[in-house]
Design a protein around this ligand. Sequence first.
Ligand code: OAD
Length: 251
Amino acid sequence: MISEAIITTIKKARRIVVFSGAGMSAESGVPTFRDDLTGLWQQYDFMKLATPEAFKADPALVWGWYEWRRTRLLAVEPNAGHQAIARWQAHYPLTIVTQNVDDLHERAGSYNVIHIHGSIFAPRCTKCKTPYEFESHYVQEPESGRRIDPPSCKVCEHPVRPGVVWFGEALHEPDLRAAIFAAENCDLVIAVGTSGVVQPAALIPRWAKDKGAVVVQINPSPTPIDEVSDYNIRMTAAQALPQIVEALNLD
Ligand code: OAD
């Protein structure tokens, strides 16, 4: 049950940012980053796979991992949490800032989603940055994963890379600016399904708090965001968000 105080606070807010992380997509069947990797990937640490150094050292390993994740994403659906946010956004102009490289917010009907860690569906050339179009929209990868050589750019023939932000890389400047602007100009942040440990994304609730916003966190487990949150809803995204949206009486 979401408290009356939280619903009243949300009703009062005029500029709302939803800041989501991997836990947002967990109930769609997408494992969070800090869940164990399975199959071929079991022997690797995701923090080592998701780096420019790993891609340089072994492009087939890293491209294979992203293809495995991409095809798994194609096979899942937005959950009740994504749908609740989309329903809310249809009535009210929320700003959604996500660390997720999936497209589940958009597939639920949300728009203007700021993907501060990029998108797994938007690979580009390592050299000339030309976007790469997947030839086949659905390729079933083996359950255990496999190594796959990255395709070549159609323009300059250099290898294509995943369209995500890796550890050690700078965020795409326009996305970062948009996220900072949203955080500094909102009066409420709902941080949902994020461990709040990866910088600079994890600063979003803090930037908002510093400018006087209220922070509501939805996460079954404690995180460093607890230090700035005014309210913690210890529920999953797919449990909490439909209850919140229902209580707002939007229709
Ligand atoms: P994490 O995997 O670090 O954290 C997921 C969070 O979701 C944890 O705090 C869980 O307690 C919580 N959680 C799990 N299931 C949930 C559910 N059903 N509902 C709500 N919360 C749930 O994911 P992120 O915080 O997104 O970066 O990680 C941030 C970044 O680190 C990712 O964007 C990625 C990763 O490495 C890059 O790839 C650069």
